[in-house]
Structures are given as structure tokens and as C-alpha cells.
Design a protein around this ligand. Structure first.
Ligand code: CA
Length: 330
């Protein structure tokens, strides 16, 4: 075994594939720094059955039928599913028809598989949820002991400067705010790679041309996805396509690609305009308002314990070069 393989980080990717999910999965499978232990599938960009089919086709394309791929939740905890074919194509993968999968789904329930693997490799597993947080919330609700047994949890989700669904909310959090609230309040420190940073970490035609310069089954597939995704993004007035999920995976490969800051983050589950917003406290405290007769008076502050490491910036060019180099020619 190479040194990289010996020190590789064990990760589980919880995914709703999805164009950028496919990019994230193939980035992970082609990176020696990571050892992917399982893919668990959550409904989000597409329905649960379609997501599982997509995940199996991607692992089959990568020749990795050894990798457990398990379905999980069939719908969000407390609301109807919101799918995103508008951004990802009818099948969730830019309408690219991959060959039928040679891989079979693992029979275990995704959240149970997460629990099982975290206990099998205590303090070694990094969870990388890149869809709504339904499966993670189910796992942590069923077995809270996993909180202190994971090495890290790095999510793609949230934003501290406006959403991509509406003015406030990012899609993965908006897709299941109650699940997100459970995950942020579970007692671990969530590394939050938000949509606001993903939108400043974009693949452009220049990087696509580089990716297209060497052919292989995986790089040709990713190039088709990127082309479709770029066209969709350009139609919406963007300069390029946001690399949301791959940036979360890249953060685990090389943490120096991002700048993180500890903050306390709450998830808005009500709110007339703000359901699904990740509300970050940048001061580390709330004012303590105490009732004095007919009014409140500020009586000092209440300290807040950070529950998140929020991504504030990425080295976009270095990330894209890493991404292209890992996929190109594969
Ligand atoms: Ca996703």
C-alpha cells in the first residue's frame, strides 16, 4: 500500500445525485487522500429511487462495485420533497444516459450503515453530507453516540450571506430544515461549506476545455455534466457553474483550500421569509434582555458555544486545478 492509502481518511458521502454530487463522488474516488467507505443516498435533487440509481451508475462507471451504496430516507422529516430537475436535468445527471449499473444496492438502510461504520472505525470516519441532512438526522437521532465517535462532519449546505433558493435559504437546508436543526444541535462541530462560497468557486469554459483535452469514461461523463450545468448557469446570468458539493469533498482532501471560522449557527425552521436559513452568530454571544417593569433592559451578554466552522473563502483556482487534475483522462 502507498503511504497515501495508509493514511487515507475514511469518509462516507451522503448524497442526492445530482450533477455536482457526481462531480464530488468521482473527485473522492480519484483522490488517494480519501478512502470512501460508503455512499448513502438521500432524496433531494431527485427522488430517492432515482438518486440510488444514479449513485449505482456512477460507482459502476468508476469500477467500484465493492463500495457499499445504500438507500436511506424516502422523504424529508417534516415537509414534502422539493426536487431540482431545473438545475440538474430530468434524471438528475444532465440527461446523460450512463450504461446500466453493474453494481447492486446494499440492503442496509443508509442511516443504519452510517451508524455501523462509525462504530466499526471509531474516531476515523468523516461524514460528508452533500444533500439535505435527513439521513444524518435519522442516524444521530437513533444513535447519538456517533456524535463523539466521528472524526469530523463536513457538509455542503447553508450560507451566511443569502440563499440560493430565496433571499435567505440554501437548498440542502431548505430541503429539510428540521433535519438540519438536529444536525447542527447534535453536539459536534459542523464544518459548513455554504452556497455563498460555492458560488465563488465556479467552473468556467476555460477549465472545461482543460478537462476535455484528455478523454476517459469518467472525464467524458464529468465534461458532459459540466457543459450542461454551465449552459444552465449561463442562461441564468452566471459566469460559471457553482462547485458546491466537490468543494466540500476537496475541503477534506486539503483543508488549506478554505478559510474557516468558528461560529454558533442556528437553523431557522419557522420564519415568514427565512425558513431554512442558517443564522450565524459572528460575535459569539447574544444580548441578555431582562424584563424591568414595562420594558426589557440589556443585562450583559450570554456566551454562545460555537457549533460550526463556517467557510468564509476558498482558493477557487487551486481547487479547480485539483478537481480537473483528478478527473482528467480518467
Ligand atoms: Ca448534492
Amino acid at each position: 500500500m502507498s503511504t497515501a492509502a495508509q493514511t487515507a481518511r475514511r469518509v462516507i458521502i451522503d448524497t442526492d445525485p445530482g450533477i455536482d454530487d457526481a462531480m464530488a463522488i468521482l473527485l473522492a474516488l480519484n483522490s488517494p487522500e480519501l478512502r470512501v467507505e460508503a455512499l448513502t443516498v438521500v432524496p433531494g435533487n431527485v427522488e430517492a429511487w432515482q438518486g440510488l440509481e444514479n449513485a449505482l451508475k456512477i460507482t459502476s462507471l468508476a469500477g467500484r462495485c465493492d463500495l457499499p451504496v445504500a438507500g436511506g430516507a424516502q422523504h424529508p422529516l417534516n415537509q414534502k420533497l422539493i426536487t431540482a430537475q431545473y438545475w440538474h436535468g430530468k434524471n438528475g445527471l444532465a440527461n446523460v444516459e450512463l450504461p446500466a449499473s453493474k453494481c447492486k444496492a446494499d440492503s442496509r438502510f443508509g442511516p443504519d450503515l452510517i451508524i455501523e461504520l462509525v462504530h466499526k472505525y471509531p474516531h476515523e470516519i468523516t461524514l460528508i453530507p452533500v444533500g439535505p441532512l435527513t439521513n444524518i438526522a435519522l442516524a444521530v437521532s437513533k444513535d447519538p453516540s456517533i456524535v463523539s465517535l466521528v472524526k469530523d462532519i463536513v457538509i455542503m449546505g447553508g450560507s451566511i450571506s443569502g440563499g440560493n433558493v430565496d433571499g435567505a435559504a440554501e437548498a440542502n437546508i431548505y430541503g429539510d430544515p428540521e433535519a438540519a436543526a438536529i444536525v447542527f444541535n447534535a453536539g459536534w462541530t459542523v464544518t459548513m461549506i455554504g452556497s455563498d462560497i460555492g458560488e465563488r468557486t465556479i467552473i468556467t469554459r476555460k477549465y472545461l476545455a482543460d478537462l476535455q483535452s484528455l478523454h476517459g469514461p469518467e472525464s467524458d461523463f464529468i465534461a458532459k455534466l459540466a457543459d450542461w450545468y454551465l449552459t444552465r448557469s449561463e442562461k441564468s446570468g452566471y459566469q460559471g457553474a457553482a462547485m458546491y458539493d466537490p468543494l466540500a469533498v476537496a475541503t477534506v482532501i486539503d483543508p488549506s483550500l478554505v478559510t474557516l471560522k468558528e461560529m454558533h449557527v442556528d437553523v431557522e425552521t419557522k420564519g415568514e421569509f427565512t425558513r431554512g436559513e442558517t443564522v450565524a452568530n459572528r460575535m459569539g454571544s447574544d444580548e441578555n434582555n431582562v424584563l424591568h417593569g414595562d420594558h426589557y433592559e440589556i443585562d450583559g451578554v450570554i456566551e454562545l458555544k460555537p457549533n460550526a466552522r463556517v467557510c468564509l473563502a476558498s482558493d477557487a483556482d487551486r481547487f479547480l486545478k485539483l478537481f480537473i487534475s483528478r478527473i482528467k483522462g480518467k
